[in-house]
Design a protein around this ligand. Structure first.
Ligand code: NDP
Length: 310
C-alpha cells in the first residue's frame, strides 16, 4: 500500500475512534448558563457516528464578552456556534449576514462560519414545525393560534408563516412584549403570504373565536412551566382557563416540556384533543443546526432514543 493511501486510511480509522487531532474543528454553545445543555451530547454523538472531525463544547459567556468571543471563534476557524438567550439578539451586530427567517425573527440561535463570514440562522421555529410533522400533524394551508410573543413564539410564528400556515392568530398579554408582537405581525404580513393578527390574551371571547377557527393551538408563553420566571410559573397554571375552547379536532401543543404534560395539555386531552409537547423542538432545532454546519443529516432517531426518550 502506498504511504499516502496508508496514512489517509489511518486518519479515517482514527476519526472513527474519535480521536481529537490537529485537524479537529471546534464549535459550541455560547451563553450563561450553559452547563445543563444536552447539545454537546447530541452533536458529538452525531459527529462520531458520521465520522466528522469536529467537537462541540459549552462556553460560559456573559453578554459583555460576546463580541470578543465571536471574533475569537471567527479567527480560530470554528465551524460555528449556538447561542442562548439573551445572546440570540445581542449577537446580531457581530455577524456578516442573516438568513431570511433570522432577519424576520430578529434573533439568531445558530451561526455558520462560511470561510470567515459569519452567517446567522434561527432554527428554533424549524425545530417546532418539524416536531409537529414528526408527531403526525401538518398545519400548512390551515389556521393556527399562537400564545405568546417572546423568543420561542417569534421563531415559531415566522417559521409557521414561511411553512404555509394561512392565518396566524397571535395572542399575547398587553405588557412587556406587546410592542414586539405588533412588529412581528407587521413583519409577517409584509414578508409572507400568511395573514397574521394580534389579540389581547385576556380578551377571552376574541381568543375563543380565534381558536374556534384554528386547526392548531400552540402555547409559547412560559405559563405552566414547573418553575417559570416572574408570574408565569407553576404546574397549576394555564394560559387558556376556558376549557370550552377545546374540541376533538383541535390539535393542542405546548413548547414547555417540564412538566411533560402541562395543565393545558391535560385539559385539552380530557376534551378529546390530540396533543404534543416541546420535547422534540429542542432535538430538531439541533438537527437543523447540524445540517447547516455539516451539510449532513443528523441521525435524529438515534439521538432521540439515546438522549431524549431514556
Ligand atoms: P420569553 O420570556 O421570551 O417569552 C415569554 C412569553 O410568555 C412572553 O410572550 C410573555 O409575555 C409570556 N408570559 C409570561 N408570563 C405570562 C403570564 N403570566 N401570562 C401571560 N403571558 C405570559 O421566553 P421564551 O420565549 O424564551 O420561552 C417561553 C417558553 O418556551 C418557556 O417555557 C421555555 O421554557 C419554552 N421554550 C421551549 C423550547 C423548546 O425547545 N421546547 C425552546 C425555547 C423556549 P410578556 O412579554 O408580556 O411577559
Amino acid at each position: 500500500m502506498a504511504d499516502t493511501e496508508k496514512s489517509s486510511r489511518m486518519a479515517a480509522d482514527v476519526r472513527k475512534e474519535y480521536e481529537i487531532t490537529g485537524h479537529t474543528r471546534f464549535g459550541g454553545l455560547l451563553g450563561s448558563p450553559v452547563a445543563h445543555s444536552i447539545s454537546p451530547q447530541m452533536h458529538n454523538y452525531s459527529f462520531r457516528k458520521l465520522g466528522i472531525d469536529c467537537v462541540y463544547l459549552c462556553f460560559e459567556v456573559q453578554p459583555d464578552r460576546l463580541g470578543d468571543t465571536v471574533r475569537t471563534f471567527r479567527e480560530l476557524g470554528a465551524f460555528g456556534f449556538n447561542l442562548t438567550m439573551p445572546d440570540k439578539q445581542y449577537v446580531l451586530e457581530y455577524l456578516d449576514d442573516l438568513s431570511p427567517a433570522a432577519r424576520m425573527i430578529g434573533a439568531v440561535n445558530t451561526v455558520v462560519n462560511e470561510e470567515g463570514r459569519l452567517i446567522g440562522h434561527n432554527t428554533d421555529g424549524y425545530g417546532y414545525m418539524e416536531s409537529m410533522r414528526q408527531a403526525g400533524f401538518d398545519a400548512s394551508g390551515k389556521e393556527m393560534t399562537l400564545l405568546g410573543a417572546g423568543g420561542a413564539a417569534s421563531a415559531i410564528a415566522v417559521q409557521a408563516a414561511l411553512d404555509g400556515v394561512t392565518k396566524l392568530h397571535i395572542a399575547n398579554r398587553k405588557s412587556r412584549s406587546w410592542r414586539h408582537a405588533e412588529e412581528l405581525v407587521k413583519t409577517i404580513n409584509e414578508n409572507t403570504s400568511c395573514h397574521a393578527d394580534l389579540t389581547d390574551l385576556s380578551d377571552l371571547s376574541a381568543l375563543k373565536e380565534k381558536i374556534g377557527s384554528s386547526y392548531l393551538l400552540t402555547n409559547a408563553t412560559s405559563v405552566g412551566m414547573k418553575k417559570g420566571p416572574g408570574d408565569s410559573g407553576g404546574e397549576d397554571m394555564t394560559p387558556v382557563p376556558d376549557t370550552s375552547v377545546f374540541r376533538p379536532d383541535l390539535v393542542v401543543s405546548d413548547v414547555i416540556y417540564n412538566p411533560r404534560k402541562t395543565r393545558l395539555l391535560r385539559e385539552a386531552e380530557t376534551k378529546g384533543c390530540r396533543t404534543f409537547n416541546g420535547m422534540y423542538m429542542l432535538l430538531y432545532q439541533g438537527a437543523e443546526a447540524f445540517r447547516l454546519w455539516t451539510g449532513k443529516e443528523m441521525p435524529a432517531d438515534e439521538v432521540k432514543a439515546r438522549y431524549f426518550d431514556r
